[in-house]
Design a binder for this molecule. Structure first.
Ligand code: G3P
Length: 222
């Protein structure tokens, strides 16, 4: 089995763009290099190009639209995100929900642009539906725990187990991440022991006073 992935979503937090995004990226690069654990970053769109060119870590967009180049004012084009330096994208985050048809189009756009796709879901049933679209990853995140500081691994391990089972029964090649309230190495360890391939997290790192310390702890039990 390959090393679990730690994927950090910078959202639109005040602490997560511009020079502050660079500080987090720099810390993540150090921790990833020292631990050998893959860490990927999902900064805001404006930071995709600088972050992907200054650091060696994979960069993800926070969303793409299921569109092809053309007349789409304000559209987020997979090909443009790729050209800016991203290697993957989140799709259908809880704070950026899409219809199933939109998710399908976005996963297809990501695949065509050679971007890894992480489709976020809220329960085992939606995870199974999303797995049928064959994204690279499903990320299960109970919405009520997002940003709460209360860890899904400790509070609701059942949803992780049910999601892994549902996803693997539809498409065993789709990997599973989990997120919501993840902030310690123990949360990551439990998530991996429950069968996931890593975690998706935000506030625990982005809003931390010392992101490097949190990152060191996150990878410490792997
Ligand atoms: O995308 C990750 C996210 O929704 C979880 O947020 O702040 O609970 O780690 P947080």
């Amino acid at each position: 089995m390959s090393s679990p992935l730690i994927l950090i979503n910078f959202k639109s937090y005040r602490e997560g763009f511009g020079h502050k995004a660079h500080k987090i990226a720099q810390s993540a690069e150090i921790v990833s290099q020292e631990s050998g654990i893959p860490i990927a970053l999902a900064p805001c769109y404006m930071d995709i190009h600088p972050i992907s060119h200054h650091y060696s870590l994979p960069v993800y967009a926070q969303h793409i639209d299921g569109i092809t180049p053309g007349a789409h004012t304000g559209g987020i084009l997979a090909e443009a995100v790729k050209e800016a330096g991203a290697t993957g994208t989140l799709i259908n985050h809880s704070e950026r929900r899409l219809t199933l048809a939109d998710i399908d189009a976005a996963v297809t756009a990501a695949r065509d642009a050679h971007l890894a796709s992480v489709v976020c879901t809220n329960n085992a049933a939606t995870s199974a539906a999303a797995a049928s679209l064959s994204p690279s990853y499903i990320a299960i995140e109970p919405p009520e725990l997002i940003g709460s500081g209360v860890s899904v691994s400790k509070t609701d391990p059942g949803i992780i187990e049910r999601t892994v089972e549902a996803v693997k029964s539809v498409n065993p090649d789709v990997r599973v991440l989990t997120g919501a309230g993840i902030s310690t190495g123990e949360c990551v360890k439990i998530a991996v022991e429950l069968g996931t391939d890593g975690v998706l997290l935000a506030s625990g790192v982005v809003k931390a006073e010392n992101p490097q310390k949190v990152l060191e702890d996150l990878v410490s039990l792997l």
